[in-house]
Structures are given as C-alpha cells and as structure tokens.
Design a protein around this ligand. Structure first.
Ligand code: ZN
Length: 154
C-alpha cells in the first residue's frame, strides 16, 4: 500500500494547516470537542486572518515562479516587492506565511540550500520553488472558494 498518510496514533486526528500563518496545527486535547472548527493555530493568527494583501502575495509568488523556468527559485522578498515596492519589508513575514499556505496546497515547496524543508519549522533565509500541484487551482481545503482568487493569468 502506498500513500498511507493516516497512520497517526489511533484517535488522534491528522494535523491541519493554519489558515493564517500556514504552519501545521497538531491536534490537542483542548480541541477534542471542536477540532473540525479549528482553523488557526493561535489567537494571534485568528486576529490576523489573510486579507486582500495576503492573497496578492500568494498571487505574486505564483506569478513570479510562472515567469521563470520550472526549476527556478525565488525569495519571499521578491513577492513582497511585487506587492508593495516601498513597504515590502513590512510584508516579509506575511510573504513567508503566504508561501506556507501555498505549500499546504502543494503548489510550491520551500527550500533551503536546494533542499525541500518543512515550512512549519524552517528558519532563516528560504527560497520558493514550484511544487507538485503548481499549475492547479486552489483546492477545496482552503475553504475560500468564490473569493475571486485565481492562479497566475497567462
Ligand atoms: Zn497560525
């Protein structure tokens, strides 16, 4: 059997992805009753839900990678600059969050020194590259259908 991903401990639901920072949310006992409703890893993330700028950052990442060769990588700062040339520094962490959300959809991967790394724990300078589902539209996992999000336009 291949593709077994449900081998977590019995009774322990699979991790989810935070809808804000894109980091992994591991099941905790305190969420036993409302795990299905959990979408954010922390109160801070709940208070900073992704908005139009964050969608633009996701779009910029996809557009930048689309414009380059299939194996090329970009820096999250390039997406931040594409969205706000003057205020890009303030968008750096949000650009990294946008990248992590795209990783959760397998549309990109995050690399360090040429190797794919875990987006939840990667620290320091990272690069972004196309993932296995790069050309695909956002899946239903994000639960944001109808928001007008679309992948890079040709
Ligand atoms: Zn979070």
């Amino acid at each position: 059997m291949s593709g077994r991903r449900r081998d977590a401990a019995p009774g322990r639901p699979e991790p989810k992805t935070c809808a804000s920072c894109g980091r992994r949310i591991e099941w905790r006992r305190k969420w036993a009753d409302d795990w299905d409703e959990v979408r954010y890893c922390s109160r801070a993330c709940r208070g900073s839900r992704p908005g139009p700028v964050d969608r633009r950052l996701e779009e910029a990442i996809v557009e930048l990678l689309s414009a380059r060769s299939g194996s090329a990588t970009i820096c999250p700062s390039e997406a931040a600059r594409a969205v706000d040339l003057d205020g890009w520094r303030a968008l750096m962490e949000r650009s990294r969050s946008a990248a992590r959300r795209l990783v959760a959809e397998e549309r990109i991967v995050i690399t360090k020194r040429g190797r794919v790394v875990d987006p939840s724990t990667a620290k320091g300078p990272i690069r972004l590259a196309r993932g296995p589902s790069f050309g695909r539209s956002p899946g239903p996992t994000g639960g944001r259908a109808g928001r007008g999000w679309s992948p890079a336009r040709a």
